[in-house]
Design a protein around this ligand. Structure first.
Ligand code: NAG
Ligand code: NAG
Ligand code: ZN
Length: 336
């Protein structure tokens, strides 16, 4: 019998792995209620969207799950992102504001779930599509049916994901940075699917260096403010500290308060799976991530929405980053 770790059940497993026998599968589908911070303003039942008005021609449009930024000038409209799930409701929302032409569409990044509806906003030469150079490269590599290729490529600086950009309207003090801060909520899985965790962590300070009153993170149905960014920065720092502590614990001898020592964790996995190094690593990594997620859960469950839903995936991403990017290798560090 092999011991199966099912991710959604891992919180209850990490203490018992290597101690108790096989666990079977279990899929958690009901979580405790969300805390007050996870405000859901929702959308109009009549239209299926909601417009947040930031003043001076700046608006956020959402269908409840994703977000677009709309900037109305005297002569035309600039739109940043067109999530496919907002679809034509984005055009309806824009037309409820103005009949000016859409002149520019800005891609926050290349992810199809954020820009996969841009073909609904028009075509060149009327519309100019703008993105980071790396986003243009991604789009050229995998041309989507609904993502217009980016024509004017003006950005070069990388962030947490290749091609992710800061979109800033200084007069209206609106800042858009997608997939980094999730106001009121824990970051989406794997720290917003980040491909560069050190860049992701740094992005919080980069955001705070801007003079903004409104933050558009791209997900769910409300915009954020400065305190949302500060809260998430605290969460991410806490995740870093607790996951680093979990790695240190895994390198320490076992005792009553250390259930994740590699010394006791790994031998039974090797015995169960002779020669299977991947199994050994997977159990080790998941156990350390689950231990970290559990400590974070206890602290953050009432402060950010769905801490328990993506807590494990976020801890997994942080554990990998600590090991690979920050050289915090615990029992797999330089050997004597
Ligand atoms: C919108 O629909 C939801 C779900 O059916 C309902 O609970 C809510 O009262 C409705 N809101 C309005 C303003 O009609
Ligand atoms: C258990 O081990 C950890 C890590 O080495 C150590 O910090 C802690 O003091 C130990 N606890 C006991 C009760 O010995
Ligand atoms: Zn996203």
């Amino acid at each position: 019998m092999y011991k199966q770790l099912v991710l959604s059940c891992i919180f209850s497993l990490y203490t018992s792995y290597g101690i108790s026998q096989g666990t079977g599968a279990c899929i958690q589908s009901v979580y405790p209620p969300l805390p007050q911070t996870a405000i859901r303003p929702g959308v109009s039942n009549a239209t299926g969207y909601r417009i947040e008005d930031f003043g001076q021609g700046a608006y956020m449009v959402t269908e409840g799950a994703y977000q677009s930024l709309v900037l109305v000038s005297k002569t035309s409209i600039i739109v940043a992102d067109a999530p496919p799930t907002i679809g034509n409701k984005l055009v309806a929302a824009i037309r409820s504001l103005t009949y000016l032409l859409i002149s520019h569409v800005v891609y926050s990044q290349h992810h199809a779930d954020h820009i996969g509806g841009t073909s609904l906003l028009g075509s060149p030469p009327v519309v100019t599509f703008i993105s980071h150079r790396l986003t243009a490269g991604e789009l050229a590599q995998v041309p989507g049916p609904h993502r217009r290729p980016a024509r004017n490529v003006v950005f070069d600086k990388p962030n947490h994901d290749p091609g992710n950009i800061f979109i800033y309207a200084p007069v209206q003090k609106v800042l858009m940075l997608v997939d980094v801060v999730f106001p009121g909520w824990v970051p989406f899985a794997y720290l917003g699917e980040s491909q560069n965790i050190p860049g992701y962590i740094k992005a919080h300070d980069q955001i705070l260096a801007y003079d903004f009153n409104h933050y558009i993170g791209g997900h769910l149905d409300r915009s954020g403010i400065r305190s949302d960014v500060l809260t998430q920065k605290e969460y991410v720092n806490d995740l870093y500290k607790n996951c680093a502590a979990a790695i240190a614990l895994s390198a320490s001898p076992p005792n009553a308060t250390n259930p994740i020592s590699a010394e006791t964790l790994i031998p039974p996995v090797i015995a169960d799976n002779p020669g299977n190094s991947w199994a050994e690593f997977k159990i080790y990594l998941n156990t350390v991530a689950a231990y970290c997620a559990n400590t974070i859960n206890q602290k953050w469950l009432g402060r950010l929405g769905a801490t328990d839903v993506f807590g494990f995936e976020n801890a997994q991403a942080m554990i990998e980053a600590l090991r690979i990017d920050y050289d915090v290798l615990g029992p797999f560090g330089v050997q004597p």
